[in-house]
Ligand binder design. Structure first.
Ligand SMILES: *[C@@H]1O[C@H](CO)[C@@H](O)[C@H](O)[C@H]1NC(C)=O
Ligand SMILES: *[C@@H]1O[C@H](CO)[C@@H](O)[C@H](O)[C@H]1NC(C)=O
Ligand SMILES: *[C@@H]1O[C@H](CO)[C@@H](O)[C@H](O)[C@H]1NC(C)=O
Ligand SMILES: *[C@@H]1O[C@H](CO)[C@@H](O)[C@H](O)[C@H]1NC(C)=O
Length: 965
């Protein structure tokens, strides 16, 4: 119905429309067509349906009861988008059109004012563009109020505006309207409010504003107006607010302003006004807010200001006022905020200021010389408890901070920085429960930071730098749990950095530099996840720099000047980081394998193996040349320790676990006695691979077995030792014919090794893509690889482990052609399964990664391995890489095979190197299975268990299987 109607309207002329079905009046037509052109994401206009031919009940619509025609359309904040179309012109009785705070785009419809009855147009808060149509106001009927505020309008204010003499309220604020103010604007004798703020208007204000006897408010703020304020402004005797802030107005205040006796708010902030503030300012007795800040006013603040009994907010900051604050201000009994900062004022902090119930007093940057704050402020604070802001910074105040400061229970902001305050910080600061910022920096304060500081529980910023504070940083600071900035630099603080600081989880800026702090940096500090700046330079700290979190990227300048600190950042090796050769239970030497049935058997480590590992750690921190160490170690130790026997309970641990200086080697089974020594682990020759998680080396054990040693290069991101060990032990329990076994691990804070079963025959990738044609795998071998991978993965999933990183380089083929899946579950060693980190770590897995990986809201399940498996199946069958880059093309394997399936050419996909030597009744189902496994939607993919069953069913002749044996 709607579409028919819409189509009809598009085709038919206006007269034809009128002859349409009698039940549709123009209002229904207009509204339905208006709705048809809109997007209404929240279905706000659901009630608008042409089946209901009485629009008066529709949401946002009101009718005039006498005519029963639509008189008001108010759709504010409905999230509608689209154009304000011509269809609305059908609403011939419309008086109010309010579409504010939506997403309407396009230009302003020039014909809207043809609706003769329209009184109110509010299109504010949309994305309308273009200029205000030239003739918009030419025949404006009875228009009283127009608001185009907060759109994207450009161009000039049309001259036709001055013809619309019915206008009462005009609001064009917050657009990009440029040009000058048309002088005809002052002909709008009914005008009460004019808001042109926040545009690009320029030039001088034309004379004539004085004709607007009804004007209540005018804002020209945030434009580029210049010149004088019109001399006749004082004739607008009803004016209540006048905002000319942030323009380029200059010269002095026009004297006629003295007649603005009704005016309650004047803002001339941010212009270039000069001259003095005249005495007649005291005649503006209705003033509640006077903002003359950021100009070039000079001279004394007039005494008459004391007549402004209603004045609540006075801002005279950033001028060149001199002299003192007039005592008459004491009479401004309504005053709540005073800002006279950044002037040339001098004299004492006026005592009367503190008796009048101010909420905010900013007196910074004056030359206030107040003898002692103690004497002048102390007595007053008692009567002064409503104060929220006290800024006395950058004066020449001396004396102590009043001990009763704590009674200012409403104080949010306290700034007394850059004065000459001395004495100690009163303990009562701990009673400032509402205070968010305390800045007492750059004074002469001494003594220690009061323990009570922890009572200031709202504190976000504490700045005490540049004083003579001594003593320790109180641990009670931990109670200020909102603290984001802690700046204590340039004092004389001693003692350690309390570890509890690590509990202040919001901390962003910490500066403790240039003190006398001792001790080491607590490791817990790495937990501070929001840290942006942490400067402890020039103290007497020692020991190891924490590793992890912010400390992985801390600039050297933030820790310099502490000669006893060590770590790679300060380019000093930490003696303590060197994992010492592992010696455990030396008394039981020689007793090897006395309980071989135990899963966690004792193991024997040759010293050289341990040295190798230790050396690897050194390499990791890039300090010592390995050869030097080897020579040294060999000469001094090789004879001394042929083999150290290690015994223990389960999870044999090679070191006293609570000594962080020891490395820890754990083997889950078998012996670990590395034959080749240091070089075996470290030489480039023994490197056998590199992956997203690290470099892999090959090493031999004394019992003849080979192991692969994987050096994790994601150290900075590894979880804590406990979590790492828990995870690795979990992985170590996984034993399956088609999975590469994890044999053990080695841990120091800076080096993590995984010791794995060594699989000779190379990776599946090598077999498929590296070898020359004749060596390629037979179909039977390929099928076996697919089935073996499936079994391995099915086992992993049974153990609730997701591989996360399946790809052909991670599938190894053993001597008998059996596949073994490697590298499973490593992603779990990272602190969080952050997909960004993950996908950058395994970006080499391009083409294997399930689509849901990119989608943060979808949970990653085993099904993401099934996807990778599906791709692997296709890779094995076709012998092609998951993504191949051709000269001017990218071939995605799945898409290619899927296309072949659709075209019925599936057999053509099978690797040409097989020369047609494959059973189609096996190959086709396998390809289809691969495609199903690589479905876009996780729930469409089978479980690995099912995959194994399917493959076993598909496998056709047992004879052909025997080929393999
Ligand atoms: C306007 O549209 C944008 C995107 O089209 C949307 O993000 C925004 O929330 C919408 N605004 C309103 C007020 O509906
Ligand atoms: C509004 O104009 C600004 C600047 O011209 C532009 O960046 C912005 O995208 C526009 N907004 C819309 C909704 O058209
Ligand atoms: C003009 O419109 C803006 C945005 O809707 C509003 O914030 C402002 O108060 C209006 N001005 C007047 C004088 O009503
Ligand atoms: C810091 O404290 C030491 C010992 O208390 C003192 O000798 C030294 O003068 C103090 N330094 C400053 C700048 O106050």
């Amino acid at each position: 119905m709607l579409l028919n109607l819409f189509a009809f309207l598009l085709l038919a002329s206006a007269t034809a429309v009128q002859s349409l079905d009698q039940t549709f009046n123009d209002d229904v037509l207009g509204l339905i067509v208006f709705k048809a052109g809109l997007q209404d994401p929240n279905a706000k206009l659901q009630s608008w349906t042409e089946d209901d031919n009485d629009p008066c009940n529709w949401v946002g619509v009101k009718c005039d009861p006498t005519t029963n025609r639509v008189s008001q359309l108010v759709l504010d904040g409905f999230s509608l988008s689209g154009h304000v179309g011509r269809s609305l012109l059908r609403l011939q009785f419309l008086q109010t059109l309010s579409l504010s705070n939506n997403n309407f785009t396009g230009p302003i419809n020039p014909d809207l004012t043809h609706l003769g009855g329209l009184q109110v147009i509010d299109l504010s808060g949309n994305s309308l563009s273009g200029s205000i149509p030239d003739d918009f106001f030419a025949q404006c009927g009875s228009l009283k109020s127009v608001s185009f505020a907060r759109n994207n309008l450009t161009g000039q204010i049309p001259d036709s505006l001055s013809k619309c003499s019915t206008l009462v309220d005009i609001n064009f604020s917050s657009n990009q309207i440029s040009g000058r103010l048309p002088s005809g604007i002052w002909f709008l004798r009914s005008l009460q409010t004019l808001d042109l703020s926040n545009n690009l208007l320029e030039g001088e204000i034309p004379q004539g504003i004085g004709y607007l006897y009804n004007l209540r408010g005018i804002s020209l703020a945030k434009n580029r107006f210049s010149g004088r304020v019109p001399g006749d402004v004082g004739s607008c005797s009803q004016l209540k607010w006048l905002d000319l802030s942030e323009n380029y107005f200059s010269e002095s205040l026009p004297e006629s302003m003295r007649w603005l006796g009704s005016c309650s708010s004047i803002s001339f902030r941010g212009n270039s006004f000069t001259g003095v503030v005249p005495d007649w300012i005291g005649e503006l007795t209705s003033l509640e807010s006077l903002d003359l800040s950021g100009n070039k006013f000079s001279g004394w603040i007039p005494f008459s200001i004391g007549n402004l009994q209603r004045l609540r907010d006075l801002n005279l900051s950033k001028n060149q006022f001199s002299g003192g604050l007039p005592e008459s201000m004491m009479n401004c009994s309504s005053l709540l905020t005073v800002d006279v900062s950044q002037n040339l004022l001098a004299g004492n902090v006026p005592s009367w200021m503190f008796g009048m119930g101010l909420k905010s007093a900013s007196l910074s940057g004056k030359k206030l010389t107040g003898s002692t704050v103690t004497s002048s402020v102390d007595s007053m604070v008692a009567s002064y408890q409503g104060l929220q802001v006290l800024d006395l910074s950058s004066n020449a105040l001396s004396g102590g901070i009043p001990s009763s400061i704590g009674v200012l229970s409403s104080l949010v902001y306290l700034n007394m920085s850059r004065n000459r305050l001395f004495g100690s910080i009163p303990a009562s600061v701990g009673e400032l429960k509402s205070t968010e910022d305390i800045d007492l920096s750059y004074n002469l304060l001494s003594g220690s930071i009061p323990l009570g500081i922890g009572g200031a529980v709202s504190l976000k910023e504490l700045r005490l730098q540049g004083n003579f504070l001594s003593g320790k940083i109180p641990t009670q600071i931990v109670n200020c749990s909102s603290l984001t900035s802690l700046i204590l630099s340039q004092n004389n603080l001693t003692g350690p950095i309390p570890a509890v600081i690590a509990n202040l989880s919001n901390l962003q800026y910490v500066d403790l530099s240039l003190n006398e702090l001792t001790g080491s940096l607590p490791k817990e500090l790495t937990n501070l996840s929001h840290l942006l700046f942490f400067n402890v330079s020039y103290n007497h700290l020692h020991g190891e720099l924490p590793l992890g979190g912010f400390f992985n990227t801390i600039p050297a300048s933030s820790v310099s000047g502490n000669p006893a600190l060590c770590g790679s950042v300060v380019k000093r090796s930490c003696p303590s980081v060197h994992p010492k050769p592992i010696v455990l239970n030396p008394n039981s030497s020689g007793s090897i394998g006395n309980s071989s049935s135990d899963h966690h058997r004792k193991i024997v480590l040759s010293i050289s193996a341990l040295i190798a590992i230790a050396a690897a750690a050194l390499i990791a921190i890039g300090v010592v040349a390995i050869t030097v160490l080897n020579i040294h170690v060999r000469s001094s130790m090789s004879r001394a320790a042929a083999a150290l026997t290690l015994s223990g309970g389960e999870d044999f641990s090679c070191s006293p676990t609570n000594d962080p200086n020891y490395g820890k080697l754990v083997m889950f089974s078998g012996d670990a006695d590395f034959v080749a020594g240091a070089q075996a682990l470290l030489n480039k020759e023994s490197e056998i691979g590199r992956g997203g998680f690290g470099v892999v080396y090959q090493a031999s054990l004394q019992d003849g077995r080979s192991v692969a040693i994987k050096k994790l290069t994601v150290s900075g991101m590894i979880k804590s030792q406990e979590e790492f060990e828990r995870e690795v032990k979990r992985l170590g329990k996984i034993r399956h014919h088609n999975l590469v076994a994890l044999e053990g691990y080695y841990w120091t804070p800076s080096l993590h090794l995984l010791i794995c079963e060594f699989v000779p025959g190379g990776s599946l990738y090598n077999h498929l893509h590296d070898g020359p044609g004749q060596n390629s795998l037979s179909w039977r071998q390929r099928f076996n690889v697919i089935l073996g991978m499936a079994k391995g993965l099915a086992h992993l999933h049974r153990m609730n482990i997701i591989h996360y990183n399946l790809k052909s380089t991670n599938v190894l083929i053993d001597g008998s052609g059996e596949p073994k899946v490697a590298d499973f579950g490593l992603a779990r060693l990272l602190p969080t399964l952050d997909r960004c980190i993950l996908s950058s770590k395994i970006q080499s897995a391009l083409g294997y990664m399930a689509p849901e990986f990119a989608c943060k809201t979808v949970k990653i399940t085993e099904k993401c391995d099934v996807y990778g498996f599906g791709v692997l199946v296709l890779e094995v069958v076709t012998g092609r890489k998951p993504v191949e880059y051709m000269e001017d093309d990218v071939v995605v394997l799945c898409d290619m095979v899927r296309g072949a399936l659709e075209d019925g050419r599936m057999e053509e996909c099978v690797d040409g190197r097989l020369m047609g030597n494959f059973p189609a009744e096996e190959a086709i189902p396998v390809i289809k299975l691969g495609l199903i496994c690589a479905s876009q939607v996780p729930s469409n993919r089978p479980d690995m268990e099912e995959v194994v069953n399917i493959l076993e069913l598909v496998q056709c002749s047992p004879d052909s299987q025997e080929e393999l044996e």
